[in-house]
Design a protein around this ligand. Structure first.
Ligand code: NOJ
Length: 595
């Protein structure tokens, strides 16, 4: 697999980070996510690219982040914007070249930042040579690299209900696609163009580990592993319970979420790829549906599986489980209880990742804050304060540091995302009013996060000189990086202070966590404590004033105010203004360390 590639040693010097003796550097780190097609376009084709990203490294350095996670840039037919990979060891020409990746590694390392690449190990593109070979015949030596199954007993292939199991796919009706040439079906949990790899086959795992080692040899500093808890399937593959809708599809979740060999596979990956490497490469596993108990095992250093997981509990609270497009009202009490539950669950072993936004989620400020111009900036800063002051590694999704908002989609035709288009079609086919389905997409669609980065007030927000692949949010003249860079009161400047706080204060990174006022629907308050240092974080998630009725509130209000998104309060009280957030510090008696 790697033999026909230029050996990493022949590449231009990429400038490896000096050997990092700190094996848990990521516990004090803030990681910035770049979605390359929407970040910066260098050649006017309307699609962001690696040279565009290279031209913005000083911006990232000035934000103070420690590492960049970049979504896939590999060769791909782009059915799912690069999460369908046809060559793991080359760069799609739309994004640049391998030399650009080398320059990216070097440019980040020179500035003291690391590069985390996004690897999709659960599936490939249907154009990957492994799949082309696998589908060529039932006798192919790679046949067993993917999940091939005959039609259900007694039913002719292609007839209704003949799929090997009743599972619904995330991006299409059935999770099985009939391949006419051999008369068998292949499994694709995502789009028909994303066939699932068969991790039961040791050759598959070996080829993936070799590829990951090749990237580490090239100088990358870690991996974000896409839907990694789906790689172990429960055998035999069986029907799942019927889903609502009466269309015959079932929920296969129990057959592929954290399946029976998942811990074994991740331990093997760690042993084969990560163990013994300089620089403590980071592994973060994206894990839809992961339970807290499982996450504690996945992220316990003693397990040697992954360093942290992206869990989904808090971003599912406002979703209707039976209808991915439908929005359920979100209660603050549920949101903060969920985060607190994970804080407690991973307090003594394991580690949390902290995120509100990424390329699959709507914009955090529109979802959890207020996009109302009167409150947008304050609420963006508030959300950042609350998130970054939890214990764990915070992730900043591009544009979040500017307070970028959801896009006002006027028609479903403006939406490019395969998931949104699928759910819209499904809803309308099932009789839903198209206006209602569009309203849901406006709140939900992944494209809300994928509109181009807003760099300045020039045409297309300075993202491209051409026509952007997805429209730029019309609010860019007021919300852009150039306008915020020199403004001490901007959301961007606030993020810089917040990120510096984590680097400067061990209590932010390592302190223990206690939720206060769990029943309050407006105030989010908690303390952090490390030795003799204690922080109080208190925030008002409402459009009017609210008082935080916490014990010892008067003492806290007289303590040192470390950070706030408002000018200091006139009186020493915990009456907070609309969307106000404060971080107080005080020193007390040293407490015994927890854990
Ligand atoms: C999770 C990724 O974040 C998402 O963008 C993608 O569509 C699916 N996995 C499938 O790879």
């Amino acid at each position: 697999m790697t033999g026909d590639r230029p050996a990493p040693s022949s590449r231009p010097a990429a400038g490896r980070q000096p050997a990092d003796s700190d094996t848990a550097w990521w516990r004090r780190a803030v990681i910035y996510q770049v979605y390359p097609r929407s970040f910066a376009d260098s050649n006017g084709d309307g699609i962001g690219d690696l040279p565009g990203l290279l031209s913005r490294l000083d911006y990232l350095a000035s934000l103070g982040v420690d590492a960049v996670w970049i979504s896939p840039f590999y060769r791909s037919p782009q059915d799912d914007n690069g999460y369908d990979i046809s060559d793991y060891q080359d760069v799609d020409p739309m994004f640049g070249t391998l030399a650009d990746v080398d320059a990216l590694i070097a440019g980040l390392h020179e500035r003291g930042m690391k590069l985390i690449i996004d690897v999709v190990l659960n599936h490939t593109s249907d154009e990957h040579p492994w799949f082309t070979e696998s589908r060529s015949s039932k006798d192919s030596p790679k046949r067993d690299w993917y999940w091939w199954r005959p039609a259900r007993d007694g039913l002719p292939a292609g007839s209704p209900g003949a799929e090997p199991t009743n599972w619904r796919s995330f991006f299409s009706p059935s999770a099985w696609q009939l391949d006419e040439a051999t008369g068998e079906y292949y499994l694709h949990l995502f789009s028909v163009r994303q066939p699932d790899l068969n991790w039961e086959n040791p050759e598959v795992r070996g080829a993936l580990y070799a590829m990951l080692r090749w990237w580490l040899d090239r100088g990358v500093d870690g991996f974000r592993m896409d839907v990694i808890n789906m790689v172990s399937k429960r055998l035999p593959l069986r029907d799942g319970p019927p889903l609502p809708g009466g269309d015959g599809y079932g929920d296969g979740w129990a057959s592929f979420i954290s399946g029976p060999r998942i811990h074994e596979f991740l331990r093997e990956l760690h042993a084969e790829v990560i163990a013994g490497r300089d620089g403590a490469p980071l592994t973060v596993g994206e894990m839809p549906g992961v339970s807290l108990d499982d996450a504690a095992v996945f992220t316990d250093p003693a397990s040697a599986e992954v360093d942290m997981v992206f869990q989904f509990e808090h971003v599912e609270l406002d979703r209707d489980p039976s209808d991915r497009l439908a929005v359920r009202p979100l209660r603050l009490t549920s949101l903060k209880a969920s985060l607190a539950r994970w804080q407690a669950g991973l307090a003594t072993a394991g580690w949390n990742s902290l995120y509100f936004g990424n390329h699959d989620q709507p914009r955090a400020v529109s979802r959890y804050g207020s996009a109302d111009p009167a409150h947008r900036e304050a609420s963006a800063k508030l959300l950042a304060t609350v998130l970054h002051l939890h214990r764990g590694t915070p992730y900043v999704y591009q544009g979040e540091e500017l307070g970028m908002t959801n896009y006002p989609f006027a028609s479903a035709d403006e939406i490019a995302d395969i998931e949104s288009r699928h759910y819209y079609r499904q809803a309308v086919d099932a009789g839903q009013d198209p206006a209602q389905a569009l309203a849901a997409l406006r709140r939900r669609s992944r494209d809300n996060a994928r509109t181009p980065m807003q760099w300045d007030a020039s045409p297309h927000a300075g993202f491209t000189t051409g026509t952007p692949w997805l429209p730029v949010n019309p609010n860019y003249p007021g919300i852009n990086a150039a306008a915020q860079a020199g403004d001490q009161d901007s959301v961007l400047s606030y993020y810089r202070r917040l990120i510096a706080l984590r680097h400067d204060l061990p209590v932010v990174a390592e302190g223990d966590f206690t939720l206060l006022l769990p029943g309050d629907e407006r105030i989010w308050a908690f303390t952090r404590r490390l030795g003799a240092t204690e922080l109080l974080v208190v925030a008002n998630l409402s459009d009017g004033p609210a008082e935080a009725g916490i014990p010892a509130g008067r003492d806290w209000a007289a303590a040192e105010l470390l950070l706030s998104n408002y000018p200091p309060p006139a009186a020493a009280t915990l009456v907070l203004r609309a969307w106000e957030a404060r971080v107080y510090r005080r020193s007390g008696r040293a407490q015994p360390p927890v854990g």
